[in-house]
Design a binder for this molecule. Sequence first.
Ligand SMILES: Nc1ncnc2c1ncn2[C@@H]1O[C@H](COP(=O)(O)OP(=O)(O)OP(=O)(O)O)[C@@H](O)[C@H]1O
Length: 363
Amino acid sequence: MTKEEVIKALSTVQDPDLNQDLVTLNMIKDLEISDGQIRFQVVLTTPACPLKEKIKNDCIEAVSAVAGEGWEVVPEMTSNVTAAFDNTPVLQGVKNVIAVASGKGGVGKSTVSANLALALARNGAKVGLLDADIYGPSVPTMFNCEREMPEVHKQNGKDIITPIEQYGIKLMSIGFLTGDNAVIWRGPMATSALKQFIGDTEWGELDYLVVDLPPGTGDIHLGLVQNVPLSGAVIVTTPQKVALADVKKGINMFLQPQINVPVLGIVENMAYFTPEELPENKYFIFGKDGGKEMAEKYGVPFLGEIPIVQSIRESGDSGYPAIMKEGVTAEAFGKLAEEVARQTAISNAKRSEAKQQSATPNF
Ligand SMILES: Nc1ncnc2c1ncn2[C@@H]1O[C@H](COP(=O)(O)OP(=O)(O)OP(=O)(O)O)[C@@H](O)[C@H]1O
């Protein structure tokens, strides 16, 4: 067997999400052929790739078919999360900024943000969570670090904030800086405070920074999307008709031409009630499939359903997010994280393809 033959075989294996073969996508690294073994790395675009097993099996099948008997094919599945943009002046070192938004309050946006961030980290990614809900910061309570004060140091005459680390992710919330004192920010002041707060936090290297936005579609949102390079937005809704009507506003905000942020998809929170001890029993108390139908209507991906489970509320209040305990909720948030990571990778691939095409001269 030669390396060329192996590469040729691997160039028949497609990444089903990105619709290109692994060799063209530059995903094959460190190919070695020795002692009856063909070893290589497959570098996926996210550690949470739900297609990991399929791609691995496709590689083994394609190479084995060419190599024949007597060869063992050993792909090593690794990952390198793709970045939304190269060399952005804001948030350098942060590959993807994912905004979590909702058209209206109380749909569980903060709960989804916190558990999504932890689920991404559980799959091996470097993750930060920014609580941009400056009117009602909830990260300090949800992560049991209400008494923490982030360290501030001077760098080139500027105050730089070190985020708090808890449960393996980096956290920043205006709540850390204001304590119990409610802050009344007005439009432009809120935008500039938030901009400073984001830019002056030392995040270091992150694969994903999840941003929990305030509810609604106001000035803060516009300010944020204009000042921070967002990979995409996740819209949280509940199944009721009234909540779904607000989703439209949320989607439209991100898609308007001067904003133009891809909507990674819709997640339906509180999709149905389930008793934790009987997870197969599902009660669709607010109606069924509203989020899914909304996603279809607007042509955006449906990212998944999160059930209403008593422990989600309890764990949020006790500072120990639900995903940290095995069970039906950990499973639901795990699937959501896989889907968000997947849609981010797809969106990044589309963006870089469009960039290459616009850079290619048209003869
Ligand atoms: N799937 C769920 N099951 C049970 N309780 C939930 C679920 N999702 C959220 N909750 C609870 O609902 C309440 C509101 O959730 P959360 O604070 O996340 O909403 P929000 O949309 O961020 O609110 P706000 O608009 O105030 O920012 C919290 O007490 C939370 O624990």
